[in-house]
Design a protein around this ligand. Structure first.
Ligand code: FAD
Length: 491
């Protein structure tokens, strides 16, 4: 008699759901993915509008090796399906007083640039980046690549090395305190504080441990997929199909079927589908609130502070701006105020830090000739029922005023097409609780330990992947969550 294949049902075709599907299918499982949208990728999707193409969500690509690993696992050559290039300038930084800093990818050139334009020494920058690298070497094995909810994670040589260096890990001061102590110069502190926003946190509260983040960008590198960010989704979706994964789109999962404390299947459109394993790539909070019986709700975990959200204007601009690059930041004058508004007052500061991503700089076909595709984003509070229509109107006015001032020309009249994404639509499109971009915030030193595990301790055969659970939000960590799910799943 033939052995029946183990079956796995996955809720959601976000990047983590796709990566999990690839790993399980490669292991021999019969994998079926149910996705409520008509397309794969969740937050990592794209918008096509009036001749412009915009990457809808993530714009910064780090750790491409994690994408390549999935091809390698399946015995394929990643470069035949997915290509990317390393950036030579990671970001252009603009300050209100007219200072402009080129964020060269090369650490030495970056240190020279900062020493030239601010009061810091080259040495302090190199030392800061070395500290980032040290944090990465101490923490990545422990926090990023393994389940934090298995005893074996804490009893091995990586873990013991980390314990010996606990005092170097920055648990006991905020990111802002650590950056101020090291750099002293306000502009440089602001530049390095900004890395807290990479997981939707507040640098004035988040532990200095988050200083690990600049290591990814400046020591390992920032990259651009040559066909745009959405090609990460597309290439992995195609790989999953080649591995035999079945995708059902426009298929919203209504419930996870529980029988004898065991996840037995999924209910879609009142139809029951049975599986040996269930993996939820849906936001963890909404998995509990919408798909599972209330008695399983882990109240403490669900009540953790969520990360910030975002307000994005996708603007087709009928002009080219040679002074702009792929990634551009226009800093607010008062960063502390900006974060107080975001995390304490729940509104938007009148002078927000504005990020512009222009993929047409690297991929000219993303905009018609003579035009640019601007993805203009500010960090905003998550959705607590604020008057978003009014917030968006005010923010649009303030952003246009700021950009027109710093770029020394009126911007509004250059916009020929517009689309908007905001906390309410982020939640509606991806089921992210409160429209948060990265699940929980990391605004306290225990945050890493308060993310949900990649498996359920109460419901057998139920697993969790994605940016709302361990190890965290962002593309790299979401992809790593898939690896952890595959590692902790027994068969
Ligand atoms: P998601 O992408 O949210 O996917 C979840 C999927 O599950 C969705 O497709 C959803 O439709 C589906 N789903 C939910 N519920 C159901 C259900 N009941 N039935 C069926 N399907 C369901 N990261 C970076 O690395 N770099 C960046 O520059 C960056 N910038 C960002 C900017 C923005 C504006 C946003 C929104 C995010 C950004 N991120 C960035 C974060 C990154 O996009 C996410 O962490 C990552 O994409 C999360 O992937 P995921 O698979 O966990 O979830």
């Amino acid at each position: 008699m033939l052995n029946k294949k183990i079956s796995s049902g996955i809720v959601g075709a976000g990047i983590a759901g796709i990566a999990t599907a690839i790993r399980l299918a490669n292991r021999g499982h019969q994998v079926t993915v149910f996705e409520s949208n008509a397309y794969p990728g969740g937050k990592l999707s794209e918008i096509l509008q009036d001749g412009f193409r915009f990457d809808a969500g993530p714009s910064l690509f780090t750790m491409p090796v994690l994408v390549e690993d999935l091809f390698t696992l399946c015995g394929e050559d990643a470069s035949e399906h997915f290509s990317y290039k390393k950036l030579s300038v990671n970001c252009e930084y603009f300050y209100e007083d007219g200072t402009r800093i080129h964020g060269y990818a090369d650490p030495k050139a970056f240190a020279e640039e900062l020493a030239l334009k601010t009061s810091v020494s080259e040495h302090s920058i190199i030392e800061g980046l070395n500290k980032s690298a040290l944090l990465y070497s101490l923490l990545s094995g422990l926090f990023m690549e393994k389940s934090l909810h298995k005893a074996t994670t804490f009893f091995n040589k990586d873990a013991f090395r980390a314990y010996r260096n606990l005092h170097k890990m920055g648990f006991f001061s905020s990111m802002h305190q650590a950056n101020t102590a090291r750099f002293k110069d306000e502009k440089v502190v602001q530049l390095f504080n900004r890395f807290a926003t990479y997981n939707g946190s507040n640098p004035y509260q988040a532990p200095a441990t988050l200083q690990i983040i600049p290591h990814l960008e400046f020591n390992i590198g920032a990259f651009f997929p040559t066909e745009g960010m959405y090609s990460i989704t597309q290439s992995l979706y195609e790989l999953a199909k080649r591995q035999g994964v079945t995708f059902h789109f426009n298929s919203k999962v209504d419930h996870i079927l529980i029988e004898d404390e065991l996840a037995a299947g999924l209910v879609i459109d009142q139809k029951k589908e049975y599986f040996d394993h269930i993996v939820s790539n849906m936001d963890m909070v909404n998995t509990y609130k919408k798909l599972l019986p209330i008695k399983y709700t882990p109240k403490k975990l669900l009540n953790q502070e969520k990360s910030s959200s975002a307000l994005i204007f996708y603007w087709g601009i009928k002009k080219e701006f040679p002074e702009l690059d792929l990634h551009n930041i226009f800093f607010s004058k008062d960063y502390k105020q900006e974060f107080d508004h975001m995390f304490s007052k729940g509104d938007i500061y009148e002078d927000p830090t504005v990020y512009i991503n222009i993929t047409a700089k690297e991929k000219p076909s993303d905009a018609p000739a003579g035009c640019e595709n601007w993805f203009v984003m500010i960090n905003v509070p998550n959705n607590q029922g604020q008057d978003w229509d009014e917030f968006i109107k005010q923010a649009r006015r303030n952003i246009l005023e700021k950009l027109s001032r710093l770029l020394q020309q009126p911007i509004e009249s250059l916009i020929i097409t517009e689309n908007i994404l905001e906390p309410r639509s982020i939640e509606a499109k991806t089921s992210s609780a409160l429209g948060a971009l990265y699940g929980n915030s990391s605004n306290n030193k225990y945050a890493a330990f308060l993310r949900h595990a990649n498996f359920s301790s109460r419901i057998k055969n139920l697993y969790f992947c994605g940016g709302s659970v361990h190890p965290g939000g962002g593309i790299p960590l979401s992809i790593l969550s898939a690896k952890i799910v595959a590692d902790v799943m027994k068969d």
